[in-house]
Design a protein around this ligand. Structure first.
Ligand SMILES: [Zn+2]
Length: 447
């Protein structure tokens, strides 16, 4: 199999006709997509809906930019010109340094010499492009809570559209907007000074319940998962086969779940072997909710107090990996993906991640984001401990990189200016919801 082995198919239906259905893995319920649905309407335990595409085989649309090359396996009915995508190449320097002979890097970020052009420097842009493409003709205001990277990605992508969205981030995430070229007035940024990701999630939930507003839905949104799944599709096109091991730093682990789903889909098409890649998920030592759940630590399900949570978040190397409520035990969630792939979760000390950042820059020649450094460090440890052998075909997801390249020459004070800065103590007051509602006078409250 090679790049030509993916069938070429450029025919894409126009809205409202869609080239896929939504299927519930728990009860089998199948439905047409309205572009917004997040959950199965049947009454049962939580389950992540999946897409079922008309094409059983992977196909590429070579005329489409970036990730839209895989639009036949994306739940999209429109695309944005100039979209970016993942760049996959075989590593020499890092592979040699780690003792791996068949290491492939999926680079997400900005690296012009390699053709990587995700302008906010992370793979969250893949989600934003796919979510935009999935929306119906007249969408409600999309509500996106984020540590910072996801919001920056949505700000960048949605500023090139006429779709209104609300981004909710902790104040500590504002610096991630430094490379966003210019935020359109349709995109409103609200920050929570001194707040954390959970505060952003809680506020976003309340706003999403207002008429005219809808939650983008984290792992629940099939577009976010299938957008991230294009990392694997790009890799399989470049590698000519599925990887045996897939390595990624995880917060909500939406990307890892997505890669597992895409691998399952490729295997079902009959040409990609019998086994999905073993998922190696990586987190910060100290605040590692997925690691604790997977290894059955009794206190893993203990509710963590807000103060404790904020203090812990301030200590970790990669603060985008601290989601305390990852989609773990539901049907189609993290636990199922780890179990069926024979995967594992590793914690990484901050000093190892720091060393990995330097190692990557020295051996591959580009800066990487803290989360990606956690993945590099965990892969190194896995090789040293014999969990991954030297001949294994490994795909390492560099979930973000090139931001230093991108911001070179830019002034440091370009951090975004929120239209509203909230104090954590005001999040539950009705006045706060009213102020947010007033930011969107054109919102269609009948939606
Ligand atoms: Zn169902």
């Amino acid at each position: 199999m090679s790049a030509q082995a993916f069938v070429q198919n450029s025919t894409v239906p126009t809205p409202p006709e869609r080239h896929y259905d939504l299927v519930c893995p728990a009860c089998g319920h199948t439905m047409a997509d309205d572009g917004l649905t997040l959950r199965c309407p049947e009454d049962h335990a939580p389950a992540l809906l999946r897409t079922r595409y008309r094409d059983q085989e992977p196909a590429v649309s070579p005329e489409s930019d970036g990730l839209y090359r895989y639009r036949r396996w994306l739940p999209v009915v429109r695309t944005l010109p100039g979209a970016g995508g993942t760049v996959v190449y075989r590593s020499e320097g890092l592979g040699r340094a780690l003792g791996l002979g068949d290491l492939w890097i999926a680079f997400n970020g900005y690296w012009p010499e390699r053709g990587a052009d995700l302008r906010t420097g992370t793979f969250k842009e893949l989600e934003a492009y796919a979510v935009f493409g999935r929306l119906p003709e007249r969408p409600p205001v999309l509500v996106v809570p984020s540590v910072g990277n996801t919001a920056a990605a949505f700000a960048s992508v949605f500023s090139r559209t006429d779709v209104e969205c609300l981004l909710v981030v902790p104040g500590s995430g504002l610096h991630r907007f430094a490379t966003v070229p210019g935020i359109a007035p349709t995109v409103r940024l609200v920050s929570i000074t001194g707040g954390d990701y959970d505060d952003a999630i809680e506020l976003a939930e309340r706003v999403s319940a207002l008429p005219g507003f809808r939650a983008v839905g984290g792992a629940w949104n099939v577009a976010r998962r299938d957008g991230l799944a294009t990392v694997l599709l790009s890799a399989v096109e470049a590698m000519g086969a599925l990887p045996e091991v897939y390595v990624q730093a995880v917060g909500s682990a939406v990307g890892a779940i997505a890669v597992h789903e895409a691998a399952t889909r490729l295997i079902a098409s009959g040409r990609y072997g019998p086994a999905t890649p073993r998922l190696l998920m990586c987190q910060n030592e100290g605040v590692a909710p997925v690691h604790r759940l997977w290894h059955g630590c009794p206190e893993a399900r203990r509710p963590v107090g807000k103060e404790e949570r904020r203090a812990a978040t301030g200590r970790v190397y990669a603060d985008e990996l601290v989601n305390q409520h990852p989609p773990y035990s539901l049907t189609g969630g993290i636990e199922e993906a780890l179990r069926t792939s024979g995967g594992d979760v590793l914690p990484c000390p901050g000093e190892d991640a720091r060393a990995a950042t330097e190692l990557f820059a020295r051996t591959e020649g580009i800066d990487i984001e803290p989360a990606a450094a956690v993945a590099v460090a965990c892969l190194g440890r896995s090789v040293r401990e014999g969990r991954v052998s030297s001949g294994t075909r490994v795909l390492l997801n560099i979930t973000g990189g090139g931001r230093a390249r991108l911001s070179a020459g830019m002034r440091d004070d370009r951090a975004a200016r929120p239209v509203l800065r909230l104090d954590p103590s005001t999040l539950e007051s009705p006045g706060t919801l009213q102020r947010i509602r007033e930011l969107f006078p054109a919102a269609d409250v009948s939606a």
